[in-house]
Write a protein that binds this ligand. Structure first.
Ligand SMILES: NC(=O)c1ccc[n+]([C@@H]2O[C@H](COP(=O)([O-])OP(=O)(O)OC[C@H]3O[C@@H](n4cnc5c(N)ncnc54)[C@H](O)[C@@H]3O)[C@@H](O)[C@H]2O)c1
Ligand SMILES: CCCCC/C=C\C=C\[C@H](O)C/C=C\C/C=C\CCCC(=O)O
Length: 260
């Protein structure tokens, strides 16, 4: 898929990795609609990017992906504005072990809804094409010991995306779903939330986070965003899991049910 003049949607696009996706897609010539619950930051970024890339190429929509009404409403506005959707990055997530139901609602339910909404609109694309990138984490392949719910949501992203990719392929939808598993990045997700929210009942293990930070093996959001592009462009890629961390990039193989 050529990225020029395509329409891309990014959730959680106001900062961190989501912002890097928005910027790399604009640089490649796509038009980008980003959704975020942080309205002031979203508006500020939209103004900055509109100045750099041209006012018609980027739009911001304030919405909480854990709210069915808000997410559906944002999608409708995006399709009204751009006509259709070619590319979807389901990126918004939080680490909140205290309010763990909210973490599941954003990281899992929000990502499922984003995938289903994208499929619903993409299946009517005249070129019959569409690419969805679901953001997991290396935590969705190993684990963050103090964040079992965050870990569980990131495993869920891997399993859901593999299964829905197989469904899309077997139904000849022409739509592709791949998973990206980044390693640790220095973003708001890692630094800002308070200890109680981040670790919940495991707050006494805060030093584990310091140990991770002291290892200093971070990957940059801009590098992760660049690395994601082949999953969109290369039409042979469906149901893949791409890990990118400080050691480099690797496609991960997980067991398959042989008869499937
Ligand atoms: N930072 C890391 O170390 C790391 C590592 C691996 C994977 N990831 C994944 O990368 C993705 C982006 O994380 P990040 O580090 O950039 O985080 P971040 O906190 O810097 O940015 C996340 C963005 O999502 C938005 N958001 C949060 N809840 C939302 C909601 N309910 N609805 C809409 N928007 C919402 C936030 O306002 C924020 O702008 C996440 O899926 C995360 O799990 C992060
Ligand atoms: C150990 C506490 C770290 C707190 C990290 C909180 C959120 C991190 C979110 C990222 O998605 C995590 C990405 C990768 C996993 C990081 C560390 C795992 C630590 C275990 C290990 O080193 O194997």
């Amino acid at each position: 898929m050529d990225l020029k003049n395509k329409v891309a949607v990014v959730t959680g696009g106001a900062q961190g990795l989501g912002r890097a996706f928005v910027e790399v897609l604009l640089k490649q010539g796509s038009n980008v609609a980003f959704i975020d619950v942080n309205e002031p930051l979203g508006k500020e970024l939209k103004a900055t990017l509109a100045e750099e890339y041209g006012p018609g190429r980027v739009e911001f929509y304030a919405a909480d992906v854990s709210s069915k009404e808000e997410f559906i409403g944002a999608f409708k506005k995006i399709v009204d504005r751009f006509g259709h959707i070619d590319i979807m990055y389901n990126n918004a997530a939080v680490v909140n072990e205290n309010d763990w139901e909210k973490t599941i609602a954003i990281n899992m339910t929000g990502l499922v809804r984003g995938t289903y909404l994208a499929l619903q609109y993409m299946k009517d694309n005249p070129d019959g094409k569409g690419a969805i990138i679901n953001i997991s984490s290396t935590a969705g392949l190993c684990y963050v010991p103090t964040a079992p719910i965050y870990t569980a949501t990131k495993y869920a992203v891997v399993g859901f995306s593999r299964a829905i990719a197989a469904v899309a392929m077997k139904s000849n939808l022409g739509l592709r779903i791949n998973t990206l598993c980044p390693g640790v990045m220095k973003t708001n997700l890692l630094s800002s939330s308070n200890i109680e929210d981040h670790f919940g009942q495991f707050s006494q293990l805060e030093e584990l986070k310091e140990m991770v930070l002291e290892r200093n093996d971070f990957v940059k959001p801009e590098d992760v965003a660049m690395a994601s592009l082949p999953l969109v462009i290369d039409e042979s890629k469906n149901g893949k899991i791409l890990k990118i961390d400080a050691d480099g990039m690797e496609f991960i193989s997980l067991p398959e049910i042989p008869a499937m």
